[in-house]
Design a protein around this ligand. Sequence first.
Ligand code: FES
Ligand code: FES
Length: 172
Amino acid sequence: MPKKKTSPKSPPKERALALRVNGRVLEVEVPPHRTLLEALRDAGFVDVKRGCEKGDCGACAVLIDGVAVDACLTLAWTVEGRDIVTAAGLGTHENMHPLQKTFVEKGAIQCGYCTPGLIVAAQSLISTTPDPSEEDIRVGLSGNLCRCTGYAKVFEAVREAAAQMRNQRGRR
Ligand code: FES
Ligand code: FES
């Protein structure tokens, strides 16, 4: 039987998206297969790190509507209209987020490659568990790999930031 001829598929079309990132609207033109990690890095959000690109390391984690997700496993088209926050969007140099401060103060940063993802995961954890136990922190950060050091200082930094955030809330 003669083989059926298949017509070559036309490449997927790009679409203009308006992504809300760190409180601003980011306009990008991306094809359907472009991941959020690629779209953000192409737009200059280099605090979102490219690690394994298969959901193993957490280096690319961002908050979507307050929940940490791996940007490498998320298609940009699926998050239009959602609230996307990267680690750099949590605070500024002048007004650092407690997690950014305690990571520096506690020496939880070595090469720093995993740091943005760890901070994002920690923020996601603290938003639902304001007084996390050691176990909560270990589980909350279990999707984030640091390749160059132990995690003791990271856990300490998260504990301290959570305490500071509880105090801040208590003062309001
Ligand atoms: S780069 Fe996304 S989980 Fe590793
Ligand atoms: S500080 Fe280097 S990978 Fe974590």
